[in-house]
Design a protein around this ligand. Structure first.
Ligand code: AVJ
Length: 311
C-alpha cells in the first residue's frame, strides 16, 4: 500500500485523530505556504531573511569553519529564498561546494534545479526529493565530502520537543566530527504575536490546513466535505506549543479506500504542531543529541535564532 494512504488511514483511525503536516506540501500546498510566508502576520520568514541578508558573511564563515571544500545540504529547502544569500556568498568566495537541497516536494526540487543556476553562476546543485534521513544518507553516498547541513525555517518546530531530540540524535548519527548543522528555531515571544502568525487575516493558514483534506480526496479518492470542517489554531504559552486543528462541524462519515471514518460533532483532527523554544531549551537539545551549540545568529528583535551546532 502507498505510504501516504497508510499514514492517512492510521492517523484517522487513531484517537485522537491526526494527520501529518509533512503532507501539506503538494503543489497547491506549496503555493499556499508561499502566501503564508509573505503574509504580514507570519514574522518567521522575515526574521530569518533578516539574519541571512544582514549577517551573510558571518554565516558563511561559520559554515565554512576553516574548510573551503564541502557539500551544503539543506533539509526542507523549499524555495531557498533565504539560503540563496549564503549560497551566493560562498560562491563569491570561491568555496568549492555542491548545494544539495532535500525536499519532500518534487515540484520544489524541480523549481530549484531550474532557477538557482540562473541566480548563481557556476552553481553545482544536486536536488534530492524525499524524506530527510533517506536523502541525507543518499547525499553521503553520492559524495564523501564534509557536510554542512542547513535545517532552517523552524522546520524542527513541526515535531513535538521529545521527537525533536530523537530527530537530532539520529541526524548526529549520520554526521562526522568535522560536519556541522545550522538549525533555525522560532523563539518564545508574546503569545498574541505567535497566535496571529497562524491565524492570518487572509485565511491562508486555514486553507493550507484544509488543502490536506482536498489532497486526500484527490489522491486517495476520499470524500471529505471541506465545508464541514473548520480550522482552529491555538497557542499555549505554558508549553510553547502552537497547534492547528480541523474541527468536524457535524457528525459525519468519510470513506477512504473502502474504510469508513466516523466523526462526532466537534471532533478534531490534530494537523500541525509548531513548537516554540527559548534559547536555553535549544542548547539543551543540542547537548542531549551530542552536538555543541557554538554560535547564535539572531534577528534584531530576537524573535528567531539560527544556531550553529558542531559535532
Ligand atoms: C514550515 C514548519 C516552519 O510551522 O511555522 C506555517 C509551517 N504552518 N503556517 C511553521 C506553517 C502554518 C511552518 N514551518
Amino acid at each position: 500500500m502507498d505510504t501516504f494512504l497508510q499514514d492517512v488511514l492510521s492517523g484517522l483511525n487513531a484517537t485522537p485523530k491526526t494527520l501529518q503536516s509533512k503532507y501539506f506540501y503538494d503543489e497547491a500546498g506549496d503555493i499556499l505556504f508561499q502566501k503564508i510566508m509573505s503574509s504580514p502576520e507570519y514574522y518567521l520568514t522575515n526574521c530569518e531573511m533578516e539574519i541571512f541578508t544582514t549577517q551573510t558573511q558571518a554565516l558563511a564563515k561559520a559554515i565554512k569553519n576553516g574548510f573551503d571544500s564541502f557539500d551544503l545540504v539543506e533539509l526542507g529547502a523549499g524555495d531557498a529564498s533565504k539560503s540563496v544569500y549564503l549560497i551566493k556568498e560562498l560562491s563569491k568566495q570561491d568555496v568549492n561546494f555542491t548545494y544539495m537541497p532535500i525536499d519532500i516536494s518534487s515540484h520544489v526540487i524541480k523549481l530549484l534545479e531550474e532557477n538557482l543556476p540562473k541566480q548563481v553562476q557556476h552553481l553545482q546543485i544536486k536536488g534530492l526529493k524525499g524524506e530527510y534521513f533517506e536523502m541525507l544518507e543518499k547525499a553521503t553516498q553520492i559524495s564523501s565530502k564534509r557536510k554542512a547541513v542547513l535545517f532552517m525555517g523552524a522546520n524542527i518546530g513541526n515535531m513535538p520537543a521529545s521527537e525533536a531530540i530523537t530527530f537530532c540524535k539520529k541526524l548526529r548519527g549520520l554526521l562526522n566530527k568535522e560536519d556541522l548543522l545550522l538549525i533555525g528555531f522560532d523563539l518564545k515571544k508574546h503569545p498574541k504575536i505567535i497566535r496571529q502568525a497562524y491565524h492570518d487575516a487572509n485565511g491562508y493558514t486555514r486553507d493550507f490546513n484544509l488543502n490536506l483534506l482536498k489532497r486526500i480526496n484527490k489522491e486517495l479518492g476520499a470524500n471529505f466535505n471541506i465545508d464541514a470542517f473548520e480550522h482552529y489554531p491555538s497557542y499555549d504559552p505554558a508549553t510553547g506549543s502552537c497547534k492547528s486543528y480541523l474541527i468536524s462541524l457535524k457528525k459525519q462519515s468519510i470513506i477512504i479506500a473502502n474504510t469508513t471514518i466516523n466523526f462526532h460533532e466537534h471532533e478534531y483532527i490534530a494537523m500541525e504542531i509548531s513548537q516554540k523554544y527559548d534559547l536555553e531549551e535549544t542548547e539543551n537539545m543540542a547537548r542531549q543529541a551530542d552536538f555543541k551549540p557554538v554560535k547564535h545568529f539572531f534577528d534584531e528583535k530576537k524573535w528567531f535564532v539560527d544556531s550553529i551546532w558542531e559535532c
